[in-house]
Ligand binder design. Structure first.
Ligand code: PTJ
Length: 253
């Protein structure tokens, strides 16, 4: 049984676990109610993808790992859905690639910022950025633009999972290399990303960590080669094809 008492052999185990975590996130004040809607939208795409990491998403996760290992100042951005779904996995990835973790919310309130930072610390984070809020992403209205000047403000590579399109575009316009995790290959976030990972965050974050561990001793030329070989347009197109044309064997209800 899992942390929410689900039988792991249930055919819809992962989907049920995800729902429980999001529900729990709302109850704990981490996740916004809008986050429930976002999750429902994501689930639909995941269902059509066969609830598995397709090869183009795995290639993207490997490119993301290489990009994070090469970065001078990588930051993993955490919102209410990310905090509910993958708190421990986010900390593990941050440790594997030497990234900062920053809470950055669409529906920003002091209470949610603090609750998410505490939740991440309970799951092993030593430092959580985002609460200072002394920096700003240009081109966005106030709350959504607020970042830490020495966090996302100073980052060269940012992982932005389940992001709204406006902010993803503004981060890219601010010169950040963006790694986006989003199940919708047509979302503006995925379209904006240098590296779009069209996969469920529950699978994507541990997968990036696995690739980062595998590449930990790779030299700079190898890492650069992996990034150069990755084609974001081809990855988006492959995901869209899988969703539109996939010969999906329907998962058990
Ligand atoms: O916590 P906050 O205040 O920062 O708000 C976060 C949400 C997610 C509510 C906010 O950013 C939002 O409204 O996002 P959108 O515009 O609904 O976009 C969310 C995107 O994430 C959609 O394209 C979904 O398909 C996708 N998505 C949802 N669940 C998952 C996902 N992608 C990967 N894994 C998921 N589990």
């Amino acid at each position: 049984m899992s942390d929410v008492d689900l039988p792991e052999d249930h055919p819809r185990y992962e989907s049920l676990l995800t729902r429980h975590r999001i529900e729990d996130g709302v109850e704990k004040g981490l996740t916004s109610q809008q986050g429930l809607i976002a999750q429902g939208r994501g689930e639909t795409f995941d269902y059509l993808l066969g609830e598995e990491t397709i090869p183009s998403a795995d290639d993207a996760a490997r490119a993301a790992a290489a990009q994070l290992l090469l970065a001078d100042h990588p930051v993993l951005s955490v919102n209410g859905n990310v905090a509910a779904l993958v708190p421990e996995e986010t900390v593990t990835l941050a440790n594997a690639v030497g990234a900062d973790i920053e809470v950055n919310l669409f529906h920003r309130t002091d209470e949610r910022m603090a609750a998410i930072a505490d939740h991440l610390r309970e799951h092993g984070a030593s430092e959580v950025k985002g609460l200072t809020g002394d920096g700003e992403i240009p081109g966005l209205s106030h709350d959504r633009a607020t970042v830490d000047a020495d966090g996302i403000g100073a980052a060269d590579v940012v992982v932005v999972p389940l992001e709204d399109g406006d902010r993803a575009e503004a981060l890219a316009a601010a010169g950040k290399t963006e790694i986006v995790i989003d199940l919708n290959p047509l979302s503006r976030s995925a379209q904006t990303a240098a590296i779009p990972i069209v996969d469920n965050i529950i699978r994507a974050v541990p997968n990036i960590t696995a690739h980062a561990t595998d590449l930990a001793d790779a030299d700079q030329a190898t890492l650069t080669g992996i990034i150069d070989d990755f084609d974001p347009d081809a990855a988006r197109a492959a995901a869209e094809r899988a969703i539109r044309d996939g010969s999906l064997a329907a998962p058990d209800e």
